[in-house]
Design a protein around this ligand. Structure first.
Ligand code: ADP
Ligand code: ZN
Length: 607
């Protein structure tokens, strides 16, 4: 693309090429710095719009921009998306044969490429450095920059080598980007990539379009089914489970229920995994049921929900997994159900896992923070962000506790009774037996151990067993009770429970109401727009995507289709005003979609 004759500015490019009316904060500031040759370190949440921060400077500056990205599987999609916009983009990675590689290299040398995506391990190879020496380089963009941090979980040794860019090409601007915001990682990126004196742009961590919901696990399958049928028919989503077996079972059960659900875990062979991931990425409405092995390398913008059927082991994991929802900025759900069994299982797993005592203790602390998030009765987003040292002044209004405030009840007496029952029965029995004792149930086991003779026998008979379960879950979650790690789930008192036992400390419990969090208001709402037109437009998009071998969202995002429904453009000028329609897409697809709209408007069945 040759933009230089017209001396365009960043706004022109945004409108003409990308078809967006305005920048999001702080895109323009970043683009200004980098276009003028400055360095930048950019921390922006997933879906915040990081790509434009280097793509637009790449188009504004002379020469070819080099984009370093670890996600080889995604390069094709990124290049496809840019090509659709009329931007000259290409990639160099191990998926190219020798011939393809030579072709891309000569195109770059001839000045025919604006953005060149390169895998990190390739960048510092002699052949690549020779190529770089021969090029006029517009800038270096280092995507997923947290991979340089040994502290983080995605560390890649290849990233350390990127330090050579500063030494070798001191006058070429460098921009490093990541969504991982914690201070330690940030400092490490700056130090390792020589960006200490660069401009730092930190756009915060919040994902306001994601609705966080955490409910008590009672009947997982019916709960999941209700959630999916009521709110996510036809949507793409990810369901996380802890074990491979549960992944398999859940996927096949969902298929029986009429969903397209595919399993994904490390026990499947590489071909099946790649196939399932590709279908998820390219088709619409696919549900992936996965262990945490599914994650890195997913760049699908229209994932409408992430559901957890098991408790993640810390808030970092929860935030990263839920963060895969709603990258396009449209409303999305993060839905988690958990119960006492999850807490027990995770505590045992952490305790029996590898690592020294210090490590285990840290992991338990991190699990405690996760449990704190589950049990909190105030805004969940405030707790989440606070965990990452970010402060949110007012409750968010888009989490379950904001939408349906949680009732609490004074559990001081119940807690005391529960703890006494654990103590009197000898601190080695599990929850079920302890509840039998509290409720005065004369089971074989109760008689065998003569627990019917204890003074705690039956003291809690006025309270439903199900409520007692909730009490025990909350006592374990808050660390008043520990669970035996030997495998039998025996309960033990923790020193912190003394004040509660004495009745000196008041305790409030969450009320497990049959809460039905308000449904997510998604656009398109079938009631607001015509479903017939919406489906016809989606069908046209599907045809085009298939013809070109790209995912449907590379043609147009849902948002653009929604605007077509709402604004019913009838000519190219009006069509060009839609969000996401730049000059090239207007040219290529305008007429095709206008036909669909015209046919709809003139069809005799329309009133
Ligand atoms: P990130 O890499 O930060 O996760 P992307 O760069 O993929 O995010 O952008 C997320 C989505 O937001 C993309 O669909 C992108 O086209 C869209 N987007 C980015 N900037 C803007 C903007 N200024 N106006 C409208 N949409 C935008
Ligand atoms: Zn909230």
């Amino acid at each position: 693309m040759n933009l230089s004759e017209t001396h365009p500015n960043a706004h022109d490019v945004l409108r003409r090429v990308f078809g967006y009316p305005d920048f999001r904060w702080p895109q323009l500031d970043i683009i200004d710095v980098v276009s003028q040759g400055g360095d930048a370190l950019v921390i922006m949440p997933t879906g915040g719009g990081k790509s434009l921060c280097y793509q637009i400077p790449a188009l504004l500056r002379d020469g070819c921009a080099i984009v370093v990205s670890p996600l080889i599987a995604l390069m094709q999609d990124q290049v496809d998306a840019l090509t659709q916009l009329g931007v000259r983009a290409a990639f160099l990675n191990s998926n190219l044969d020798a011939h393809g590689q030579t072709r891309v290299e000569s195109a770059a040398i001839n000045g025919d490429i604006d953005l060149l995506y390169v895998a990190p391990e390739r960048l510092v190879q002699p052949r690549m450095l020779d190529l770089l020496d021969a090029l006029d380089i517009a800038l270096f963009a280092i995507d997923e920059a947290h991979c340089v941090s040994q502290w983080g979980h995605d560390f890649r040794a290849d990233y350390l080598e990127l330090a050579i860019l500063e030494a070798r090409y001191p006058s070429v601007p460098r921009i490093a980007l990541t969504a991982t915001a914690d201070r330690r990682t940030r400092e490490e990126i700056a130090a390792r990539l020589g960006l200490d004196s660069a401009n730092h742009f930190i756009a915060g961590f919040d994902r306001p379009n994601i609705r966080y919901r955490i409910a008590e696990k009672t009947n997982p399958r019916p709960q999941l089914l209700k959630f999916l049928t009521a709110e996510h028919r036809g949507d793409a989503g990810i369901i996380y489970c802890l074990s491979r077996k549960k992944v398999e079972d859940t996927a096949s059960w969902l298929s029986d229920q009429g969903f397209t659900a595919l399993p994904y875990h490390a026990g499947l062979d590489a071909r099946t995994r790649a196939h399932h991931q590709a279908r998820f990425q390219r088709e619409e409405g696919i549900i992936i049921v996965a262990t945490i092995a599914f994650g890195m390398g997913i760049d699908k913008p229209d994932v409408r929900f992430v559901a957890h059927l098991d408790l993640p082991k810390n808030i970092e994991a929860y935030y990263q997994e839920t963060g895969r929802a709603g990258r396009d900025g449209e409303p999305a759900n993060a839905w988690l159900i958990y119960g006492l069994q999850d807490v027990i299982k995770l505590r045992q797993m952490l305790e029996s896992g590898d690592g020294d005592e210090t490590h285990k203790r840290q992991e338990q602390h991190r699990l405690n923070a996760m449990l704190g998030l589950c049990e909190v009765t105030s805004c969940r987003r405030q707790v989440l962000l606070a965990y990452f040292d970010e402060h949110l002044d007012t409750p968010c209004g888009n989490c379950d506790t904001c939408l349906e405030p949680v009732a609490t009840w004074d559990g001081t007496e119940a807690a005391r009774q529960a703890l006494s029952a654990v103590y009197r029965t000898g601190q080695r029995f599990g929850v079920n037996h302890t509840i039998d004792v509290l409720c005065g149930k004369s089971t074989d086991r109760v008689r065998q151990f003569r627990h019917d003779g204890l003074n705690v026998f039956g003291i809690g008979a006025a309270v439903e067993p199900i409520r007692w379960r909730s009490v025990f879950r909350q006592l374990v979650a808050r660390g008043f009770l520990a669970v035996d790690v030997g495998g039998f789930g025996g309960l033990r008192l923790e020193p912190s429970c003394r004040a509660v036992l004495r009745g000196d400390e008041a305790i409030q419990f969450r009320e497990e109401a049959k809460r039905t969090a308000r449904r997510l208001t998604k656009t398109p709402m079938p009631t607001e727009i015509d479903v017939g037109l919406w489906e016809a437009l989606r069908e046209r998009r599907r045809e085009l995507a298939e013809q070109q071998g790209v995912p449907p969202y590379v043609i147009f995002h849902d948002k653009t289709l929604q605007e077509m429904c709402a604004r019913l453009p009838r000519d190219l000028v009006a069509f060009g005003d839609l969000t996401g329609v730049g000059a090239r897409k207007l040219d290529k697809y305008g007429a095709g979609f206008l036909d669909v709209i015209e046919e709809y408007l003139t069809s005799p069945t329309i009133q």
